[in-house]
Design a protein around this ligand. Structure first.
Ligand SMILES: Cc1ncc(COP(=O)(O)O)c(C=O)c1O
Length: 452
């Protein structure tokens, strides 16, 4: 049996066995402990096939969403993840922690963020009869340090502190999670190391400077976000006792995806309350970009059981879905295991992870979270794509019509309004998650326009 570890293939040692979906490690520790990838034929044989299997599977595997999720990690990490899960379950019930978090979200992060009626954008999409949907923006760009990432970073940094950890490691793509983590660590007096791909450091140089000003060490990694993530995990595994791996999105082994989703779900909770105040009902459509899924799940989760609310995620089609240069995991990916969990992934026939491309650097991840994968399989959420060009145009449109710079990641969701709005009834209420601010993307947008 073969195992691929950091894209290097090994024969499985005979002592390694697979118990349902979890690797049991005996003598694999000498190999790197991050990014274990199982070959596709093996994955197929492990998948539950009937509804009954699915139910049994979930009972046995907390952190499973149907066939997705789990803890595909070496045995050496299981204790650490169990401690984290116990702490997470504790703080969810702990009044003192919850009060401290509410205070930080209000006074430090600046919540609640407005649900802004985008009047001119709404007018832009009216048809010749003057009819069309009403468009609202959930202004996560107005959070401290400019994106939704801080909702999760501050909460997890508080957990790290409670667990007695002295240092935090993180990986960042667009720089937003890196800056959010660096800020949270400065506030809580934790050492912070952020791993970032060299190409991303160049594209998001202002974020690198901010991280350094906030006291973080920024470590360059050859490659992009996926390589930075592998490096951060490797660093953490070398120092489990003292260090805390602060994941910025809904990927990784259980409990990482549900922790991030829980801390981002404030976006949807506020949206429900604000919609009720503004128009006395629920939104009809929720729209968010999908990199790995944290801002999308943050908005969607509150409404998952409201079947009358459409949930729409938009992935990055880059130069086009057939170009091979995109990050559209749900559109083009297949099921596999990466960074400790099962989900849709962009991979080749051999199960090797493919490179990604998007003008929105934060969307350049070859996987998506397990819960997002589950929402696709069950059909509860719909997923579409927007190209680089469509996203850049949407960025410019929002600047001109509303005086707001959206992050290029969020611009993918805004781009989909072009296709969505003509199909919606008059007066339908659409909420778009403006997941971050786009001042970081000014150079990219200006150069993109002039180069076309
Ligand atoms: C502003 C912004 N939006 C969206 C994303 C994509 O991540 P996710 O899908 O986890 O929300 C990123 C990632 O860096 C981001 O910075």
């Amino acid at each position: 049996m073969d195992i691929v570890c950091n894209n290097i293939s090994f024969q499985l040692p005979h002592k390694l066995s697979i118990t349902r979906t979890r690797f049991t490690y005996c003598s694999l520790q000498k190999y790197s402990t991050s990014s274990l990838i199982m070959r596709k034929p093996l994955i197929k044989s492990l998948l539950p096939k009937t509804d009954h299997d699915h139910r049994e599977y979930r009972k046995l595997n907390p952190g499973k969403f149907g066939r997705f999720g789990g803890k595909f990690v070496p045995e050496t990490l299981i204790t650490c993840l169990s401690l984290l899960e116990a702490e997470f379950n504790f703080v969810l019930q702990d009044t003192k922690f919850q009060e401290e978090l509410s205070t930080a979200l209000r006074d430090y992060v600046g919540r609640e963020t407005p649900l802004y009626f985008a009047e001119r954008l709404t007018d832009h999409y009216r048809n010749e009869k003057g009819e069309g949907p009403e468009i609202y923006l959930k202004r996560e760009d107005l959070n401290h340090v400019g994106a939704h990432k801080i909702n999760n970073a501050i909460a997890q940094a508080m957990i790290a502190k409670r667990m007695g950890r002295k240092s935090v490691v993180a990986a960042t793509g667009a720089g937003q999670h890196g800056v959010a983590t660096a800020a949270a660590c400065a506030k809580l007096s934790l050492d912070c190391t952020v791993f970032m791909g060299t190409a991303d450091m160049e594209k998001q140089s202002s974020k690198v400077l901010l991280m350094k000003l906030l006291g973080a060490q920024v470590k360059a990694v050859d490659g992009s976000f996926k390589e930075a993530s592998s490096e951060a995990i490797r660093n953490w595994v070398g120092n489990l006792e003292k260090s805390y791996y602060l994941t910025g999105t809904v990927v990784g082994p259980h409990p990482c995806p549900i922790m991030v989703r829980e801390f981002q779900s404030i976006i949807g909770k506020e949206t429900r309350k604000q919609a009720m105040e503004k128009w006395g009902g629920k939104p009809d459509v929720l729209l968010a970009c999908v990199g790995s899924g944290s801002n999308a799940l943050g908005l969607f989760h509150e409404f998952i059981n409201d079947k009358d609310v459409r949930l729409i995620g938009v992935e990055a089609a880059g130069f086009g879905l057939d170009s091979g240069k995109h990050a559209a995991t749900l559109a083009k990916g297949e099921v596999g295991v990466y960074h400790g969990a099962m989900s849709y992934l962009l991979q080749d026939e051999e199960g090797h992870i493919l490179g990604t491309h998007s003008v929105g650097v934060g969307l350049e991840y070859p996987g998506v979270g397990p819960e997002i994968s589950f929402l696709k399989d069950t059909g509860r959420a719909e997923f579409y794509t927007a190209t680089d060009q469509e996203a850049v145009q949407a960025y410019q449109r929002l600047c001109r019509l509303e005086g707001i710079f959206p992050a290029l990641e969020a611009s993918h969701a805004l781009a989909f309004l072009e296709k969505l709005c003509p199909t919606l009834p008059n007066g339908a209420k659409v909420v778009v998650n403006c997941s971050g601010g786009g001042d970081k993307d000014v150079d990219t947008v200006v150069n993109y326009r002039y180069n076309q």
